[in-house]
Design a protein around this ligand. Sequence first.
Ligand code: PLP
Length: 393
Amino acid sequence: MKRKEVNSSRMPVYRDAGFELFDAGTTAEAFKKETEHEREPDNYIYSRYRNPTVVSAEEEVMRIEGCEWALLTQSGMSAIDTALSIFQNSNETRPWLFFTEIYGGTISFIESVLKKRRGLDIHYFTPENGKYDLKEFGKEISKLKPALVYIESISNPMLIVADVQEITRIAKKNGSRVIIDNTFSTPLLYKPLNDGVDIVIHSATKYFSGHGNLTAGVICGNSRKIMQDAIEYRKFVGHMLSPDDAYRLQTQIQSFELRFSRQCSNAANLAEYFNKVPVIRKVWFPGLKNHPTHTIAKKLFEGKGFGAMITFDFEGKDGKEKRRRRDKFIKLVSEKIKLIPTLGDPHTILMPVEAVWGSKYPEPGMIRLSVGFENYNELEKTLRKALDAIGKS
Ligand code: PLP
């Protein structure tokens, strides 16, 4: 049957596993060109290699990130695997240096895949008193001379903002590549490629898709060589995003800036409010003057916002009382604020820190909030009701 052209204004979902190549000449040409690893090929061959719906969604990410190329993957973790693995080389023996305050899943990947299985020489750099000491970092890096440095712009759950500009400058002086996971800041607050970072990663599961309904990752950059290596790796290990998820991401990312700026302003208002609540002992939010990295956040984000995550801790004479208050809070808000282990959803959601990180952060009352884009007054009302009740009990 001959297919009719349809005037759709959107890229449709192309669910084809393989694409028609018609004759031996076109096939030979398509496979020859495939070795050049262009992001958008002249002839699509097979959806694990490249898919038009995915390519179109990548263009939306490129627009937002302001970069030369973006490659979508099935998850944030597969984006991380791709970004790191392309720098693994059988002739390369230099170590890799990771900042410790990064996503727990990335730490597990480093430990169980990079170290245990692939035998890489891994080193970590730890913060002191809630921030990174860049003098120490300078000493460490000039001693180690790592092939790559890996950081997150805003850490989880203490929301430490890394001075990415300075870290990149020091890393480059020492001949290291820099990879950054920018999931928490998003390009609305900061675009690391402009400061010389080699690769930016996002878990697109979070703010880019923004509705808690798909899992995706993306790596972004400006270097053609890195892009070709990443396309090749994504193809061979099968990290390609599905066309259905790419279509939904492409649609949902249209509202990213609106959603995220509202989430940031809701979070800033909420952090100010929490700061005045007697039953809350401490609030961690980079927009508050008392956050250890407030000055760095102001410099890096240039007043565009401070992200949409808040961590706070309850007052209490001991751990038992703090846990009791935490549990009561979770129960009292549960109608409107759900305990869901993700972030970047439309509605505010929460996580009890101790239940996820164990004793790494020793305050048992701690709660991490991913602030949504719901009506701020309604949100504060829900929280105020719960916190007033806890204050009285
Ligand atoms: N990076 C950060 C900062 C994350 O928070 C997460 C997941 O929570 C990931 C990467 C992994 O992303 P995904 O769950 O999409 O694989």
